[in-house]
Design a protein around this ligand. Structure first.
Ligand SMILES: Cc1ncc(COP(=O)(O)O)c(C=O)c1O
Length: 433
């Protein structure tokens, strides 16, 4: 990644913008996304995957950061998207995202969502349950369309990451278990409906992964079933989706380039296809976090400082778990810096706490900051580009902060901040009261 973060004249700069000035201009808290950092990942994916393996596809996992602007960047660069809800589809439509470049994932797609997606012409459905084939068939008949289908399998491999972000182990709410009756129950339906076109198999084994062995084990499990499909129906699987999960750097984890995972996977895919005697299926991936995590930071204003002698010092900021719930949800860890005093020595240990009414509303447990830190300073928390804005809530009726896009010293709203009026707009005076 190019040098996105810099310290100049004692201040933190992000993609050429002085973060202290950003707070003056846009207020706080704000999410900030670097266009250059997002493009670094897009270009890496083009160079090391899309251009290297013709026919391959990248479908960005929208759940990491779903906004019109993000979709516009992807559309311009030929990157597809993975959606999991009618809401993500709505934003994709708003961005004018081409329907054939959208794939629809999710473990419980609602009939109304399927209807909406089929009518828009969504390119692929990743089947995640026995009844979905019927729902998609019904919608296809209604609109006179056909749908490309991939089947998400549960490979039964527990990747090494936090329990809440493992998805490929046997006991999982995601995917079709690799067990003859269930799996072929689903496949028989796909083969039976002429509205459905079988494209291939899909796996997504977890998130924030730094080794490729679990991917390879899962691909092996998946390819065993590619073989069974070939033997049972004489159908050669056209596409295999490896999912997302590629790790990002929050504190000092070493992010691995995409090629670290993809080269051994592509090699294995070819070996296994050759063994089965089918053409090598096209490969697709669904990176989310790794494309946007380090491209984002969140800026806050320091408020109350509270020292409990001999125990800890709390530094409260004007955001909290409502705009970043990953710490409360699965003990995520972050690094931060006092942005307007960025080159002062870090000698004071604080716990960064939010303003929500929960003791668990801590964003960083132990952060070293400069001794002179005080109310009014600006705190930057790094690597908040993924699953921050997209998981935000209105807890305590806090409005979701806006997102500012920065690019080589320029800045502009990507998403405007929510207002109190917008939070309360659906609150009505009930006649039963
Ligand atoms: C089906 C699927 N694909 C892709 C992703 C993206 O994963 P990551 O953000 O770790 O790349 C997820 C995340 O939950 C997912 O469920």
């Amino acid at each position: 990644m190019s040098e996105i973060r810099e310290i100049k004249n004692g201040r933190l700069y992000f993609d050429g913008c002085d973060t202290t000035e950003l707070v003056k201009q846009y207020g706080s808290p704000i999410y900030v996304m670097s266009y250059t950092a997002i493009m670094d990942r897009v270009n890496e994916l083009k160079r090391d995957f899309l251009d290297k393996y013709p026919g391959s596809r990248v479908a960005y996992a929208s759940k990491a950061f779903c906004t019109v602007g993000m979709y516009e960047i992807l559309k311009k660069n030929g990157i597809c998207i993975d959606i999991v809800s009618g809401g993500e589809l709505y934003v994709a439509k708003k961005a004018g995202f081409p329907a054939e470049m959208i794939e629809f994932n999710g473990n419980n797609k609602l009939p109304s969502e399927i209807d909406d997606a089929v009518s828009y012409g969504v390119g692929r459905f990743i089947l995640d349950g026995i009844n979905e084939a019927e729902l998609i068939d019904e919608a296809c008949k209604k609109y006179g369309k056909k749908a490309k289908i991939m089947v998400r399998i549960t490979p039964g491999v527990a990747a090494s990451t936090h329990d809440y972000i493992i998805t490929g182990k046997k006991d999982s709410k995601f995917g079709i278990p690799l067990e003859e009756e269930t799996f072929f129950g689903v496949m028989d339906k796909i083969m039976k409906y002429d509205t459905l076109e079988f494209e291939g198999l899909h796996m997504h084994i977890g998130s924030q992964l730094f080794e490729y062995d679990a991917y390879i084990k899962s691909l092996d499990a998946l390819m065993d079933w590619v073989k069974k499909i070939y033997e049972k129906y004489g159908v050669a699987t056209k596409e295999v989706n490896f999912g997302g999960g590629f790790g990002a750097t929050y504190i000092n984890e070493e992010r691995k380039p995409y090629s670290f995972f993809l080269e051994p996977l592509m090699k294995r895919l070819k070996e296994r296809a050759d063994e089965i005697g089918i053409p090598v299926p096209l490969a697709s991936i669904e990176p989310g976090r790794s494309m946007v995590c380090e491209a984002g930071l969140t800026l806050y204003t320091v408020g109350q400082m509270k020292e409990i002698k001999g125990i800890r010092e709390y530094l409260a900021i004007d955001g909290g778990m409502y705009e970043n719930m990953r710490v409360a949800l699965y003990q995520a860890e972050y690094d931060g810096l006092i942005a307007n005093k960025a080159d002062e020595p870090k000698t004071r240990k604080v716990s960064v706490t939010g303003k929500c009414c929960e003791s668990g509303d801590i964003l960083i447990n132990d952060l070293m900051v400069c001794d002179s830190v005080e109310r009014g300073d600006i705190l930057a928390i790094f690597s908040t580009g993924a699953y921050g804005y997209s998981m935000a809530s209105n807890y305590n009726n806090n409005p979701v902060p806006g997102v500012v896009l920065v690019k080589e010293g320029q800045s502009e709203w990507l998403v405007k901040p929510e207002t109190y009026e917008q939070i309360a707009q659906n609150q009505v005076h009930c006649t039963l009261i």
